[in-house]
Design a protein around this ligand. Structure first.
Ligand SMILES: [Fe+2]
Length: 206
């Protein structure tokens, strides 16, 4: 049964030690969670396995993102979107589990997460490797890589407050981090549609 769940192999080696170590650990965390579900361990054990996976996913993504930004990798933004999408699915998985659902299918879960990781490493991650190794000379300077032009049409009476808000967000004021955190918390509230999609990915069909 578990042989259906993808595991680490040398094919996934990027040659960047910290990344390879993380990827190996992620395969292990997925395996541990599938294992806890297969063995029908108690809710606390399953919750812990989800927490370990979620923590490692976040830690690894932030590390990888830091490397890409530092290297001026031009595909950083698109890559970040893929990370956020998986983060949301793992969060929904936690929501499904906390909601008392016992129909999370270990095989579906292991296959989806394992295949996601496999595909992500081979296609998306491998693309940044030459940049992280300094083998590409079309790197974009760090700031330019992250700066986008945003055009927003706002009512005249809101223009001033929007401009002040943007200036605050772009500043080093600790409040800017606080606001970003608040927005992220707001966005991470579990969305019904996303929960339903995640349920289809991870739960047994009935
Ligand atoms: Fe990645």
């Amino acid at each position: 049964m578990q042989q259906d769940i993808p595991v680490w192999s040398e094919t996934f080696e990027t040659g960047i030690k910290a990344i390879d170590r993380d990827h190996k650990a992620l395969f292990e965390e997925i395996g541990n969670l599938a294992d806890a579900l297969i063995k029908e361990q108690g809710p606390a054990e399953i919750e812990q396995a989800i927490t370990c996976l979620e923590t490692y996913v976040l830690e690894h993504f932030r590390r990888e993102e830091g490397f890409m930004i530092q290297a001026g990798y031009p595909g950083t933004e698109e890559h970040l979107r893929k990370h956020r999408s998986l983060e949301r699915k793992v969060k929904c998985l936690r929501g499904i589990h906390r909601g008392g659902s016992s129909d999370i299918d270990p095989l579906k879960l292991g296959r989806f997460l394992g295949n996601w990781l496999t595909g992500h490493i081979l296609k998306t991650d491998m693309d940044y490797v030459p940049y992280l190794r300094g083998e590409r000379d079309d790197q974009v300077p760090e700031q330019t890589a992250l700066l986008n032009e945003v055009n927003v049409r706002v009512p005249a009476n809101k223009r001033d407050v929007v401009e002040r808000f943007v200036a605050l967000l772009m500043s080093d004021d600790p409040m800017a981090h606080e606001i970003t955190g608040l927005i992220e918390t707001f966005e991470s509230r579990l969305d019904d549609q996303e929960m339903a999609e995640t349920r289809k990915l991870f739960c047994s069909d009935d």
